[in-house]
Each structure stands twice: as C-alpha cells, then as structure tokens.
Design a protein around this ligand. Structure first.
Ligand SMILES: [Fe+2]
Ligand SMILES: [Fe+2]
Length: 322
C-alpha cells in the first residue's frame, strides 16, 4: 500500500530551489513560487510582444523591396518573427497566462515590448541594419536564455535562436551587397548604422546599477548574465563586423582596451531609453495602434475558429451518444 500525502508549502519550496540548484528545468506541472511565475510570465509576454511588434518596422518594406529575391527573404524573415511570437505566447500559457489577456495588455499599453521597434525605418538599408544589429543584439540576449530555468521557454529559445542567426546573416549580406554598390548606397548604410547603433545598445536594458530585478532573475537562473555583460559582448562582437563592412560606428570613444580585453565605448543616453520605453518614442503610438487595428480586424477569424471548434465538439458528443 502506498500513502500519498500532500507536500507542505515548505517542501514544495525546497523542491523548487533544489531543481534550480541542480540546473534542472522547471516544467509546467511543477509548483513554482508566485514571484517566479509572475516574473516568467512578464518576461515571456514582453518577449512575445516584441516579436509581434517587431514585424512592423521591416514589414513596411515588403511591398517596396528592390527585387523579388529581397522580397522573398524579407517575407520569410517577418513570418519567422510571427512564429516566434506564437511559440512564446504558448510558453506563457503553460504558466497559466491567458493569451487574450496578454494581447489586451499590449494594445492598451499596459505591457511593454522592446524599445528598438519604436524607431522608424526610413530606407531599405534599415532592413539590413536591423538584421545585423537588432537581430544580432537579440541573439546575444537569447543564446543564454536557451539555458533558462523554465523548460518551455528555454526550448522555444533554441529554435528561435537558429532563426535569428539566419536573420542576422541576411542583414549582413544585404549590407555587404550595398557597400559594394554606389556611393549613395554606401551612404544609406552608414546613415542607417548611425541611427540604429545607440538604440541597439539600449536593447540590453538599463545599466546594472539601475536594474533592480537582475539579482532575483539571476538567482532563479531565468537570466544568466547581467545587462552590462551582454552589452559588452555585443560591442566586442560587432566592432570587427563593422570594420569588415567598412562602416563607422557613431561613437568617438569606441576603442580597444588591451588591459580589459574589451572595447570601451561612450556613454549611453539613458534618458532616451526611459522616454521611448514610457511611450514617447518616434513610433510608439503608431505601432500599438496598428497592432490594435490588426487585432480588431481579426476578430471574425477568431469567432469563426471558436464556432468551428464548438460544432466539432457538439458533433463528437452526438456521435458518442449514438
Ligand atoms: Fe525573432
Ligand atoms: Fe529576428
């Protein structure tokens, strides 16, 4: 005979801490402290929103891509971002989040997404620079998340990172092609680099001494490196790429520091990040309004899908009775 007793809150806590300490994954069936659940849902939802909103700046160029080949590549890339968003909303659902509720939070401005998508894309070179710098920064952020303590999130990240690395390469290849082109094309690449460099550095979030949640997230192993560590890694990785490309990164203080074994870089304007995150960026209102319209336009699809599912259930029920 086996006896099953309900474990106490304390025992559940111990089990949770033990899983984290042994570097094992937390799965949807496992008990988690409320703070962990809330933190994970917020992180995954903000990530999902970023993928979905991130379709817009480049999506604007699909109809104006300069060739069929560039259009096909861009379409595939933007479609990948939609897929990333869907995986991530599903991962958030395994923690008990409600997808409609998350969407509602996004379109009413109660939940954030990456500030980088609030900048306009004014030339086709922006498509290349976004692939190179924005997807490049996303990879730096996301590769360590493949070892996040929450299983469904970590596994989603593995596939997402593979696709992000395709995005980064397509951006770099586009820029290489433009740099071999006319002086005007080279000028476009330099101009896009000037506009996106600093906002890309801001993608890693506020500096460590102003990032109150970092310590807890590191303890829970939902985060593996601090914002400043990842930012430095991105700078170190990107400087040689800029040199190979032949563009100048817009920072006079950028210099190799042999003592540290890293590149030094200039001061980031954190007031700009604060302003863009709190809704005051060049495109915040436009991005959210467009997402809201798309959601309203899609209401009939969701209703039809729900009605179809209802009919199927009804049919199955009748067949089971008969
Ligand atoms: Fe993505
Ligand atoms: Fe991407």
């Amino acid at each position: 005979m086996t006896m099953t007793t309900t474990p106490s809150e304390e025992e559940l806590h111990e089990r949770f801490e033990d899983t984290i300490a042994k570097d094992r994954r937390i799965e949807p069936r496992d008990w988690v402290p409320e703070g962990y659940r809330r933190t994970m849902i917020r992180q995954i939802a903000q990530h999902a929103h970023s993928e979905i909103i991130g379709m817009q700046p480049e999506g604007n160029w699909i109809t104006r891509a300069p060739s069929l080949r560039r259009k096909a590549i861009l379409l595939a890339k933007v479609q990948d971002e939609a897929g990333h968003g869907l995986y991530l909303y599903s991962a958030a659902e395994t923690l008990g989040a409600d997808r409609d509720d998350l969407t509602d939070k996004l379109i009413t401005g109660r939940q954030k997404y990456s500030s980088i998508f609030n900048y306009p894309t004014s030339t086709f070179a922006d498509v290349g620079v976004i692939g190179w710098l924005v997807d490049g920064a996303a990879i730096c952020n996301q590769v360590p998340l493949c070892r996040s303590s929450y299983g469904p999130y970590a596994r989603a990240m593995i596939r997402i990172c593979k696709e992000e690395s395709f995005h980064q390469r397509q951006g770099y290849e586009l820029l290489m092609t433009m740099m071999r082109g006319t002086p005007e094309q080279r000028e476009m690449v330099q101009d896009a680099t000037n506009r996106f460099w600093w906002p890309s550095l801001m993608m890693f979030g506020p500096p460590d001494d102003d990032s109150p949640n970092t310590a807890q997230s590191m303890a829970w192993k939902v985060k593996r490196h601090t914002n400043d560590e990842l930012r430095q890694r991105f700078v170190d990785m990107t400087v040689p790429q800029a040199e190979a490309l032949g563009v100048t990164l817009p920072d006079p203080d950028l210099a190799w520091n042999a003592e540290r074994g890293h590149y030094d870089f200039g001061r980031i304007d954190w007031s700009e990040l604060k302003q863009v995150i709190s809704g005051g960026g060049p495109c915040n209102a436009e991005r959210v309004a467009r997402r809201r319209h798309a959601h309203e336009d899609g209401a009939w699809v969701r209703e039809a899908a729900a009605a179809h599912a209802r009919k199927n259930r009804e049919r199955e029920r009748k067949e089971a009775v008969a």
